[in-house]
Design a protein around this ligand. Structure first.
Ligand code: CDP
Ligand code: MG
Length: 750
């Protein structure tokens, strides 16, 4: 890519332009390896789309081998930071100089906002200072994180710093995983978990201090916690709430929290040179790889951090780059290639924190998790293609989708900042300066304004918060999305006609999962198949269990087919789990059948937790004894909204809005003819694919959701020909009806 420097900088630099800056010999070699890979990449892209989203384990092994190789070299000289004793390390962080001021502010004020660059020590240190000052005598010091990975890695780090075992004095809680004990004084958790705790204890009596960390991320859970904690603080004058942010929106937070004090931690940052692309980049992956190679070959020492949008992209890049570097052999310095994303096993993740061995450069391909949640030392170069995957709600389809979108200016600056922590750095923006100035939004839109709120509203209702209009959101969600969520919940029978939480809704709110799933779970207990349905839902809650190594695809596929159930994927997942269970949850079973043992084990944990919730709610666990129809119709009770009818030769159409959809090639129902199906979600690649599809009897739709579907032309004699159609959007006529009264009227008229 053609890159130029920002005009306002002090240095001038030639536009980086491919081979001009490197020796001809190298350039030629690079070109050759590039051609090879372009072919490969093309091949990869025309590959069956079904498996594009899957992790390729081989990549990770390759990168790990590379890492291990250099680590085991004899003259390893570990980086400075790791050599320092822990005390000195802690005292070298910028937050340390502010210790007293921070502690005093927290003593004197109920709310404190803290702003500081990423890496200044906010997350790992402030909790410890408060613990040292004995705040934990009156309750746990809690610290929330928007991301699971960050919660776990930070808890680990702090337990090391405090010299205790993880789960004892310092612990963490994330969904389906609780590493705490009665002696835990500092607890890291996802914001979603604390939000759930508010359900049981709105006054947060377990806690003395709650630190809402990474508040600039503005996740829904953090936004909801803002309001809940503001209220809890009124009831509990002793409760302390700290809000931290890496960006300068502090004034807004302070204003919201009754003009509380703002403490700024002076950063220790170095200038970062920004280089923009001269022309828009058509293929940002290709440009990214080129840029990384250029940096590696032409630039001085320092590690590289690259921001990509997701696991699949990261794995591809790691692999392609590895091959390129291999082709170049000894002509260039060694390059360690490391991926970072949430789904990575934690052993691999901790590698990124280890210092780079000498005579070697590290390049880290990360999702936007590395923007602020985790800090990696030694980064001098940042490559920013300008995209991130964000979860957006598509109201037309009534579902969430992960969409690759341009980042905001604030995010771009945050990314740039990663290069200036150890010394003066460089940030390569693979977009034009004009795109940055004119096309990127100044700030990221808070999640609450763009996501589905059903789960959140169900929880608020379960806390007895009915007046959503007057709930003190910092930035209230748009009315339409609140109405949409109320409508979803009403259709799932979680709300009564008057908009109050129904008994069913109350039970549903006890499960930490999307309402469609919790509805199916509750239904399964009354229908008599909760054993099977909880297994299926556990399997849906973990990552894909099918392992498909690139060189053994056919073999893996053949094994997978043996699990296929004629009625589809939900029952296929049940088969896999049950056969694994019958084989004593053995490792050999997983190896022989190309299954990810780690994901299956997690499914087992999730299932155990679901059974615990059943027990707590005194709901029966029973097995249908092979009554497949009972299981399928129970799934319909949660997923009736995601139904599609066979349309013509071309595929299916969704019943709610007639969108054309196809069965995903990885589905057990691929190429099968069924009249009516439900699906777990839609995946948009080249077209709209249904994934996790199960064949159903269309009549179940009306039985499960009589308020949502009706049989068109009820006079029609033949049942077969009866057409199922959705009842039309009751809210569209009267969007002001917050308490669902219009709904009741519509129903009465019907
Ligand atoms: O929260 P903030 O971004 O201000 O900083 P932090 O996460 O508390 O990080 C402070 C220091 O601890 C940094 O130098 C990190 O590299 C280091 N750290 C680490 O070594 N391992 C972790 N899992 C987390 C942080
Ligand atoms: Mg932090």
């Amino acid at each position: 890519p053609k890159l130029t420097k920002v005009p306002q900088g002090s240095l001038t630099r030639t536009a980086l332009n491919g081979s001009t800056l490197m020796s001809e010999h190298r350039a030629e070699k690079m070109q050759r390896s590039k051609d090879v890979e372009q072919e490969r990449r093309k091949k990869k892209l025309v590959d069956d789309p079904s498996y594009r989203a899957e992790a390729d384990f081989r990549n990770k092994q390759l990168t790990l081998t590379a890492w291990e190789r250099s680590r085991n070299r004899e003259n390893i000289e570990y980086g400075k930071r790791t050599n320092m004793p822990i005390k000195a390390q802690r005292e070298s962080l910028p937050v340390f100089r502010m210790r007293q001021q921070l502690v005093d502010a927290v003593k004197e004020n109920q709310f404190v906002v803290i702003v500081g660059e990423t890496g200044s020590g906010k997350t790992t240190q402030i909790t410890q200072y408060l613990d040292e000052e004995r705040f934990s005598d009156n309750g746990i010091i809690g610290c929330t994180q928007p991301r699971r990975v960050a919660a776990v890695s930070v808890a680990k780090r702090v337990s090391e710093e405090m010299g205790c075992r993880l789960g004892e004095d310092v612990g963490y809680t994330i969904r389906f995983e609780d590493e705490t004990s009665p002696q835990t004084r500092i607890k890291y958790m996802t914001d979603g978990m604390l939000q759930r705790e508010a359900l049981l204890d709105p006054a947060m009596r377990k806690y003395s201090v709650i630190l809402l960390d990474e508040a600039h991320e503005r996740t829904i859970a953090t936004d909801v916690l803002f309001a809940l904690l503001k209220e809890a603080a009124v009831k509990r004058p002793d409760l302390r709430v700290i809000v931290t942010s890496a960006t300068l929106d502090a004034e807004k937070f302070s204003a919201y929290f009754l003009d509380c004090p703002v403490i700024k931690i002076p950063g220790r940052t170095f200038p970062v040179d920004v280089l923009y692309s001269q022309t828009p980049q058509l293929d940002y992956i290709e440009s990214t790889l080129d840029t990384v190679m250029e940096i590696h070959i032409n630039e001085g020492r320092g590690d590289i951090l690259v921001f990509l949008t997701g696991q699949e992209e990261i794995d591809t890049c790691c692999e392609v780059l590895f091959e390129r570097v291999k082709t170049l052999g000894d002509t260039i310095q060694e390059l360690l290639i490391l991926p970072v994303y949430s789904a990575l096993p934690s052993e691999v993740q901790s590698k990124i924190f280890e210092p780079t061995p000498p005579n070697c450069r590290k390049v880290i391909f990360a999702t936007n998790i590395a923007e602020t949640s985790i800090t990696i030392d030694g980064i001098y170069y940042v490559v920013d293609p300008g995209f991130a995957k964000i979860n957006t709600y598509n109201p037309r389809m009534g579902m969430e989708q992960l969409v690759v979108s341009p980042i905001s200016q604030a995010q771009a600056n945050q990314r740039k900042g990663r290069a200036g922590r150890t010394g003066a750095g460089k940030c390569y923006r693979l977009y034009t300066e004009s795109a940055f100035l004119n096309e990127m939004m100044p700030n990221t839109i808070p999640e609450i304004q763009r996501q589905n709120l059903s789960y959140t509203i169900l929880m608020l209702k379960a806390m007895g918060i009915n007046d959503l209009l007057n709930f003190e959101f910092m930035d209230p969600p748009p009315r339409v999305s609140m109405i949409g969520a109320l409508e979803d919940l009403y259709n799932l029978q979680a709300l009564y006609d008057d908009g109050k939480l129904s008994k069913l809704g109350g039970l549903m709110s006890q499960f930490p999962m999307e309402p469609a799933l919790s509805k199916a779970l509750i239904e399964s207990t009354s229908r008599g198949c909760s054993d099977e349905v909880s297994t299926i839902i556990s399997m849906l809650s973990v990552q894909n269990v099918f392992y498909r190594p690139r060189d053994k695809q056919q073999e893996a596929d053949n094994k997978k087919v043996r699990f296929h159930h004629p009625y589809g994927d939900h029952l296929t997942l049940l088969n896999v789990y049950n056969r694994w269970r019958d084989d004593n949850y053995s490792k050999t079973f997983c190896l022989n059948n190309y299954l990810h043992e780690r994901h299956l084990k997690r499914a087992r944990d999730v299932k155990l937790q679901l059974l615990n919730v059943f027990k707590k709610l005194q709901l029966p666990v029973s097995n249908s004894n092979g009554d497949i129809d009972m299981i399928r119709s129970t799934l319909v009770s949660g997923f009736f909204r995601n139904a599609a009818k066979r349309d013509s030769q071309t595929g299916y159409k969704t019943i709610t809005d007639g969108t054309s959809v196809s069965v995903h090639p990885s589905s057990a129902l691929f190429g099968k003819d069924y009249d009516c199906v439900i699906y777990h979600n839609l995946v948009l690649t080249t077209r709209e694919y249904m994934s996790h599809v199960t064949a159903i009897d269309a009549r179940w739709l009306v039985e499960s959701a009589p308020h949502f579907y009706k049989v068109a032309g009820a006079e029609s004699e033949s049942r077969k020909r009866a057409k199922i159609v959705p009842l039309h959007n009751k809210f569209s006529q009267n969007q002001d009806s917050w308490r669902l009264s219009s709904l009741r009227q519509t129903k009465e008229k019907a």
